[in-house]
Design a protein around this ligand. Structure first.
Ligand code: ACO
Length: 174
């Protein structure tokens, strides 16, 4: 079984210090929350995303290229993962990306995307901790609001995370 890889040995998407310490402290001692790393394809990242939506396999190279694209836009993409210290595998993921606006006195908005918790770990408050960490990052970097889209089934989960229903989503698929 692979041993736990400390943050210091990884290429990370953003500084781990941005993740609120008080949220990390509330995870079980068997778990660790950190920014996405360039090699997380080997730690079940895509398998965890499959509980959310269609996520075809990628090569390590394709994965690293997508990571590099995100990292080349500083202060924009914040994807974090929850890792099992026992298996070094990802058991939960989530992202917030920051949108710069001209309105609201050059305000910024945090968009939460792609929240997924491995089936075996659901119901342990990991989803809640991921949302708390992402909204904490969004607030800390100065966003005036954090928003997300979800299915009706997930509305009660997001209400428990402190969100309220506002307006409607429109979509056009290509
Ligand atoms: N309906 C009602 N309540 C819920 C639901 C739900 N679907 N999911 C969680 N809750 C409640 C829990 O019971 C808990 O309540 P409590 O505080 O009273 O005990 C609270 O919400 C927190 O739940 P967590 O244990 O943190 O939830 P979990 O770790 O299982 O994560 C998640 C929730 C992320 C929805 C998970 O079930 C999952 O990965 N689902 C599949 C993928 C998915 O739907 N992701 C969200 C897509 S939307 C987006 O990405 C923006």
């Amino acid at each position: 079984m692979p041993s736990f890889t400390p943050d210091s040995e990884l290429e990370l998407l953003f500084s781990p210090h941005v993740i609120p310490a008080e949220v990390k402290a509330q995870l079980g001692s068997d778990l660790h929350m950190r920014p996405l790393s360039r090699t997380d394809i080997s730690r079940s990242h895509l398998s965890v995303l499959r509980v959310l939506t269609s996520t075809p396999d990628l090569t390590e190279r394709q994965y690293a290229q997508a990571f590099d694209t995100m990292r080349s836009c500083p202060n924009t993409y914040y994807t974090l993962v929850v890792i099992s210290r026992e298996t070094d595998a990802i058991v939960g993921v989530g992202s917030v990306f920051l949108e710069q606006k001209f309105t609201r006195n050059l305000g910024r908005v945090g968009h939460i995307e792609d929240i997924a918790v491995d089936k075996s770990m659901q119901g342990r408050k990991l989803g809640l901790r991921i949302i708390q960490a992402l909204t904490g990052i969004s607030e800390r970097v100065g966003c005036y609001k954090t928003i997300l889209n979800c299915s009706d089934d997930n509305i009660p989960f997001y209400q428990k995370c402190g969100f309220e229903k506002k307006e409607n989503e429109m979509a056009r698929y290509h």
